[in-house]
Design a protein around this ligand. Structure first.
Ligand code: FES
Length: 127
C-alpha cells in the first residue's frame, strides 16, 4: 500500500522536535509495510508485534524501493532479491546487502504515526 500526502493539515505536518505526521495508525497492518512520502522523502513504515518502524524506502543492495517488503521473524525482507534487515536497527543480515537501512525514530501519538525528520544517529547540532 502506498500513501502520498497531497494536502496538508498544519497541526499534523510538524510537531516539536522535528517529528512529522506520516500516517494514521489504522492505515498500518500487522506484519505489513506501508510506503509514504514525507517532504519528498520516500519512507517505509512497518508494523510488527504492535510496534511501528520507519526506514528510508531504498534498499542498499540495488537502490530499489522496497514496496511490498515482507516482515519475517523481526526482519524486513526486500521483495527484489531477499536481502534482510533487522527491524530494530536496520542492520543487514546475509550476503546481499552490506549497508544498513536508514532508520528513523517513530512516535505513536493517539491515532497518528509521527516520524523523526532525521535518521537515527544523525543530529542537527554541531559539536
Ligand atoms: S534490491 Fe533489495 S535485495 Fe536487491
Amino acid at each position: 500500500m502506498s500513501v502520498e500526502r497531497q494536502g496538508s493539515t498544519p497541526d499534523r505536518d510538524q510537531t516539536d522536535q522535528g517529528y512529522r505526521f506520516a500516517a494514521l495508525r489504522e492505515a498500518l497492518r500487522e506484519g505489513e509495510t506501508l510506503s509514504v512520502k514525507l517532504d519528498g522523502q520516500d519512507l517505509l513504515l512497518c508494523q510488527y508485534r504492535e510496534r511501528v518502524y520507519a526506514f528510508e524506502n531504498r534498499c542498499p543492495h540495488q537502490g530499489r524501493a522496497m514496496d511490498g517488503a515482507l516482515i519475517r521473524r523481526g526482519q524486513l525482507v526486500c521483495p527484489h532479491h531477499g536481502a534482510r534487515f533487522d527491524l530494530e536497527t536496520g542492520a543487514p543480515s546475509g550476503p546481499l546487502a552490506r549497508c544498513a537501512l536508514k532508520a528513523f525514530e517513530v512516535r505513536l501519538i493517539a491515532s497518528d504515526v509521527l516520524v523523526d525528520s532525521q535518521p537515527k544517529g544523525v543530529t542537527d547540532s554541531v559539536p
